[in-house]
Design a protein around this ligand. Structure first.
Ligand SMILES: N[C@@H](CCC(=O)N[C@@H](CS)C(=O)NCC(=O)O)C(=O)O
Length: 215
């Protein structure tokens, strides 16, 4: 059976859990990382030399890097709905997955979630946090304009491209941070919240991470 390693309060693990729920795929979950430890065990190093989660094992393959896992699961189990045959159709959402990795996550996940929320108050670097917050606002305005004529990030239907960015929205809207006016992003977030798997795997309170850079 497909096996997933990771802690459920990790956003990168949540991306994978969300997709597993969308696909209704049976799996075994092994808590790892954070207070669950295991990442420095010798056998874990054989699964992922980077000693990070998520990792999946399936049909004899071991896969790490959350977006590579998403692509694998969609290609293996998603059918044409989630993994269209046309390279052009795949590129339409795939570019948003890379955009998220190269632009959004450094600004939000590293700059704000880690720099602000996961850093103890006395150690916060407000110059860096404010720069990340304004970068987040710039990037959000891009999404706001993209959503002018779309319900989802790359068109009228949910695609894999919604998972990396969408999985950060719960935290983005829950944090006590400054946000620009984002009516279309908020409507998009409401649409995601109606998906049972998003509700179950992404909308998980994360208070235990406040001010904790390590476990
Ligand atoms: N680029 C990697 C990042 C993986 C990563 O940084 N994982 C974090 C959790 S989000 C981790 O394993 N941290 C160590 C821990 O949880 O103990 C991915 O997308 O999978």
């Amino acid at each position: 059976m497909l096996r997933v390693w990771g802690r459920l309060n990790s956003q990168n693990v949540q991306k994978v859990m969300w997709l597993l729920g969308e696909l209704d795929l049976e799996h075994e979950h092994i808590p790892a990382g954070g207070s669950f430890g295991r990442l420095s065990d010798q056998d874990f190093g054989q699964l992922n030399p980077n000693r990070l989660v998520p990792v999946i094992e399936d049909r004899g393959a071991t896969i790490w890097e959350s977006h590579a896992i998403l692509r694998y699961l969609a290609a293996q189990y998603g059918g044409v709905q989630l993994w269209p045959e046309s390279p052009r159709e795949r590129a339409a959402f795939d570019r948003w997955m890379d955009w998220c990795q190269s632009h959004w996550q450094p600004a939000f996940l590293s700059g704000v979630f880690w720099g602000y929320y996961r850093t103890p108050e006395q150690n916060r670097d407000w110059g860096a946090i404010n720069a990340s917050l304004s970068r987040c606002s710039e990037l959000m305005m891009i999404i706001e304009s993209v959503l002018t004529d779309k319900d989802y990030i790359s068109g009228k239907n949910f695609t894999l491209g919604d998972i990396p960015f969408g999985s950060s929205l719960y935290r983005y809207f829950e944090l006590d941070i400054e946000r620009p006016s984002l009516p279309r992003v908020e409507a998009y977030y409401e649409r995601l919240k109606m998906r049972p798997s998003y509700n179950k795997h992404v909308m998980i309170p994360f208070d235990e991470l406040k001010g904790r850079r390590s476990f």
